[in-house]
Design a protein around this ligand. Structure first.
Ligand code: PLP
Length: 224
């Protein structure tokens, strides 16, 4: 049986230059993260704050932790001091809270705006109209302790490759639209976070610059 380090390397081998791999370690123990860490990996993603905190405590401090799942406002404070990138900003109120907590920690937190491109209603995220309204507001300009570095999205969970591809294409077009219309003077707006174990190849084909891969590295998760 192949180990975590080997799975990690075979995923990495397929990624073009310029695509960042976030290894999604949710539900897997800290020792599994450590295996990938020993193989040289530093970017890890978790979708729940409690689990992220436990692993943060247990593991080396030069890990770059990505929060990729739905984030409640009352949980922001717990991760504000150390989180590397929050992928899942899905409302202005959440962004305001991240800004507040970042201010208290005297830092700037990098974030992605999550967009709703899937068919499922259960998935979170802005529409393009909502995001543009916020980005053009004076409220947004006043948020000095966050930096929007890109967008994130998830495709519909389906075997229909055409559907998935068109949703990734939609997210890429949102990314380019915002880059041209709202972030022209922001050289940091570079991240297009899309693609998971089952579809990251297709996501890269549609322009992804950051993939979030879990089960292809760590193995299958028990259903949650
Ligand atoms: C779990 C998760 C992933 C990784 O999923 P895999 O199919 O295991 O690669 C990526 N993104 C988000 C937001 C997730 O919750």
């Amino acid at each position: 049986m192949k180990g975590i380090a080997e799975h990690l390397m075979s995923v990495k081998d397929t990624l073009p230059d310029g695509v960042t791999l976030v290894a999604v370690s949710k539900t897997h123990p800290a020792r599994s993260v450590l295996e990938a860490y020993m193989a040289g990996h530093r970017d890890f993603g978790e979708n729940r704050v409690q689990e992220l905190l436990e692993k943060y405590d247990a593991l080396p401090k030069d890990i770059r932790w990505h929060l990729i799942g739905h984030l409640q406002r009352n949980k922001v404070k717990a991760i504000a001091a150390f989180v590397h990138l929050i992928h899942s900003i899905d409302s202005e109120r959440l962004l305001e809270e991240v800004n507040q907590q970042a201010m208290k920690c005297e830092r700037v937190i990098d974030v992605l705006l999550q967009f709703h491109v899937a068919r499922e209603e259960t998935k979170h995220g802005f529409s393009l109209e909502e995001a543009e309204e916020m980005l053009r507001s004076s409220r947004f300009s006043a948020m000095r302790n966050i930096r929007v570095v890109g967008v994130m999205g998830m495709a519909t969970f389906t075997d229909d490759g055409q559907q998935v591809r068109s949703e990734f294409a939609r997210l890429r077009s949102i990314f380019h639209h915002l880059k041209v219309h709202c972030f022209q003077e922001n050289a940091h707006f570079t991240v297009l976070s899309m693609g998971m174990s089952g579809d990251y190849g297709m996501a890269i084909g549609e322009g992804s610059t950051m993939v979030r891969v879990g089960s292809a590295i760590f193995g299958h998760r028990a259903a949650v």
